[in-house]
Design a protein around this ligand. Structure first.
Ligand code: NDP
Length: 520
């Protein structure tokens, strides 16, 4: 009988003459054409348990590679990715329907950087820390904070960025010395399978990284076997994952949905602001957790801003990215039910008085596309201003001043990204600090995600924990405190038998050390 990996590899082989192999597994559709590209196995709980056993058996050898050995494999993987960029890009495009540019810039570019970053920074972030203490009784002792890999990490990912968001989180988990099982979205599993193949080629030991293809049940089964779960997806599923992790008392890091606001002040460079609003609402057809989902513009520049954005959005080409780079700006809606959500939000807004300046309709098939859409006369009674739309839509709202913009920006259950546009950067930074969001960009958007030195995570219902930065790899480890006592006496002062004189002396010492302040 074929192993899961062999089976998955077989499934990955090109079907001859376009004939689709279908063994009853999960069909993977190309959303830009409606064709079924391949099928992948739908793994049940037993298969996941077997994977977990193999992963645990493989982990100690991987940990023993040490930082240098693991960094070598990741560095080779970085080169492998660049050598195979075309193949990986095509795989991403085939299962998401996104444009080649969206696959190349936001996925290949991200992962290429991430392999090198974690190979170099992992050892820095996870190096033993020699700690100095203010505690008088430990003077002279060696105090070490050490990071130890947790063992087996489960990564569950969404469909919008199969390389960046599903596979990307595996890289620091592996660098830390863990085995990893990745459960990609059932909609977009092919990129993960291909990357696992690439890592094997680069010398990653067998079973250190496994791909558990399947649906939600497979993800739920995975949580039952791992030492930590890294989840990216919707807030709704994130809550279920958090509950399951809590039952097992394992840590969970949750990267969830967003409704990112953009604020445009009257003194902003309107051309730049309009370009950013257009690009970062429509890029990846709006299917980005940190895409600009709503805009608040100060009254004096509102009309000019709206005119600029409408013209830019109207000029965008939407459709199948099949021709490669430069074919279209806006690709497909990857996840079938997402189309219903987009239509519902636009319809709800129009019913409540919004005006559609451009777009507003599904594009007739083949393939699943929605017209790049700009809406005005919107307010917070409309879903398009409060719920995550995750589509190529941009609602723009007029505000009296910056205070109203900040209030409305913060009036959300979400708190992922945000941006402020103004020529007064000091004022922009002051406003950024008032936004309840995991990231705030001044005269920019989304750029924080590419800065792997900075934490990326959400406030409020947008998540718990973060990726990137020191915390983005330490979360895959347990902390161990090591205390080494050298030059030791036979007995410490505070030990038995208790003697009044010694105890009074110690109590006096505490008073001397900690009792000198006042109570003002
Ligand atoms: P979902 O929450 O629907 O799914 C995410 C993953 O969880 C999928 O692999 C899914 O499997 C799996 N899953 C479903 N049910 C369970 C369960 N009970 N237990 C464990 N796993 C389960 O999200 P989407 O795939 O629709 O992704 C879009 C969402 O992701 C958006 O809200 C977006 O904002 C968010 N996101 C957040 C990011 C961030 O960094 N904060 C980045 C990217 C996206 P299957 O697909 O097979 O059902």
């Amino acid at each position: 009988m074929a192993t899961v990996e062999q089976h998955a590899e077989q499934q990955l082989e090109e079907a001859p003459n376009g004939v689709v192999k279908d063994d009853g597994g999960i069909p993977v559709e190309n959303p830009a054409t409606g064709e079924i590209v391949r099928t992948v196995p739908d793994l049940d709980a037993d298969a996941v348990a077997q994977m977990a056993a193999r992963a645990r058996a493989a982990q100690p050898e991987w940990e023993a590679y040490g930082f240098d050995g693991r960094a070598r494999v990741l560095s080779r993987a970085q080169k492998w990715l660049m050598d195979n960029a075309q193949r990986v890009t095509e795989t991403i495009v085939s299962e998401t329907g996104k444009t080649y540019e969206d696959a190349s810039l936001a996925e290949i570019g991200y992962a290429g950087n991430a392999f090198g970053f974690w190979a170099k920074q992992g050892p820095v972030y996870l190096a033993d820390e020699h700690v100095k203490s203010s505690q008088v009784l430990v003077k002279g002792k060696k105090l070490i904070l050490r990071y130890r890999p947790l063992g087996l990490i489960g990564v569950i990912g969404p469909w919008n960025y199969p390389l960046t968001n599903s596979f990307g989180d595996c890289i620091p988990a592996l660098m830390a010395g863990n085995s990893v099982i990745l459960k990609p979205s059932e909609i977009t599993p092919l990129t993960s399978l291909l990357l696992a193949e690439g890592l094997r080629e680069c010398g990653l030991p067998e079973n250190v990284l496994q791909i558990a293809t399947g649906r939600g049940d497979t993800g739920a089964a995975l949580i039952e076997h791992v030492d930590m779960i890294m989840f990216t997806g919707s807030t709704r599923t994130g809550r279920k994952v958090a509950e399951a992790a809590a039952r097992r008392l394992i840590p969970a890091s949750l990267e969830l949905g967003g409704k990112d606001p953009m604020i445009v002040l009257a003194d902003a460079d309107l051309e730049r602001a309009a370009n950013f609003a257009t690009y970062f609402s429509m890029q990846n057809a709006g299917q980005t957790c940190i895409s600009i989902e709503r805009v608040y513009v100060e009254e004096p520049v509102y009309d000019e801003f709206v005119a600029k954005v409408s013209a830019k959005v109207r000029a965008l080409r939407v459709g199948s990215p099949g021709g490669g780079f430069g074919t279209v700006e806006v690709g497909a809606i990857t996840f079938p039910p997402q189309m219903d959500i987009i239509k519902d939000h636009v319809d709800d807004a129009v019913q409540k008085g919004a005006r559609v300046l451009t777009g507003g309709q599904q594009v007739p098939g083949p393939g699943r596309f929605y017209e790049p859409t700009v809406l005005v006369d919107v307010d917070h009674t409309m879903k398009i201003m409060t719920d995550e739309t995750f589509g190529p839509t941009l609602p723009i709202m007029k505000v009296a001043d910056a205070e109203e913009a900040v209030r409305l920006a913060n009036e959300s259950v979400y708190g992922l990204g945000s941006s402020v546009f103004t020529r007064d950067t000091a004022r922009g930074e002051a406003i950024a600090r008032r936004l309840h969001a995991g990231a705030a960009n001044v005269n920019d958007a989304m750029i924080n995600y590419t800065v792997l030195e900075l934490p990326m995570g959400g406030a409020k219902a947008s998540g718990l924990g973060s990726r990137h930065g020191a915390g983005g790899i330490r979360k895959y480890c347990s902390q161990q405190a090591i205390v080494v006592t050298r030059l030791a006496m036979k007995k410490e002062l505070f030990m038995y038998p208790y003697k009044s004189r010694t105890s009074r002396m110690l109590a006096g010492l505490f008073k001397l050390l900690y009792g000198r302040g006042n109570r003002d």
